[in-house]
Design a protein around this ligand. Sequence first.
Ligand SMILES: *[C@@H]1O[C@H](CO)[C@@H](O)[C@H](O)[C@H]1NC(C)=O
Ligand SMILES: *[C@@H]1O[C@H](CO)[C@@H](O)[C@H](O)[C@H]1NC(C)=O
Length: 246
Amino acid sequence: MYRILIVLSLIGILQFPVDSKKLPSFIKPCRRNDPNLDACVKNSAISALPHILRGNKDLKIPSYLPFEVPLVEVEPSPGLFFKLTNLKLHGLDTAAITDIKIDLEKQTFMLKLFTTHSKTISQYEVDGKLLSFAVYGTGPAEITSVNATTHVSFSFGMVEKDGKRYINISSILPIIDYNPGIVHYQFDNLFGGNKLLGDNINKFMNENPDEVADITNIPNVAVIKAIILQTMKSILRGVSIDEVFS
Ligand SMILES: *[C@@H]1O[C@H](CO)[C@@H](O)[C@H](O)[C@H]1NC(C)=O
Ligand SMILES: *[C@@H]1O[C@H](CO)[C@@H](O)[C@H](O)[C@H]1NC(C)=O
């Protein structure tokens, strides 16, 4: 088993002051009995995405360009300690929504994204065993990813308040299937700056992405989950489901 700690700098949106609020004006509502509901939701999401990514002070949505995570701490495999600090994920504006399915009866949601180009810049700390290599070090890390696909699915519960129905944000446990596409890793200053050993590890990771994918996917998925939950919270907290689907 692995453990994950992820800390976000969320400004006040985690509290739960469910005063009814309006659906943000940049989100077009859909009719719940629209025979092409998925298409309506997809179009609405496509046109809302740039507004969400830019951030919105009134809605307390921080900018996603870049998306910032102060701390991700994971033990992606037993005995491998991995910490990323001051993580900045660039390139979310290259994400395209390729598919959306929502089932209001079954209360399920599915989203597919294709991200042409993204880049994560952070400070890293690693110590432990990466496959058969003993690795340690701390320094700057840069990970780029070309043509990544992200598949998100979750079911959601409802809560009722003053006769209105809301999505229960705490009930959302997103399942993420992430394929990073073509990845390039650059961990500087591994092994206390031993360039030969450090270059070997970077080379190994870049030449054998499938072998390290299970390990590197764990922090990736943690960050994607944080993005999804932050977005749901920022937009839907306090907005009745009957406003989103009239
Ligand atoms: C990334 O995807 C685009 C669009 O599908 C394609 O044109 C491009 O060749 C892909 N890039 C790489 C490096 O595979
Ligand atoms: C919302 O979901 C959480 C997590 O599943 C659950 O513990 C809580 O009881 C739910 N709230 C309501 C009012 O159903």
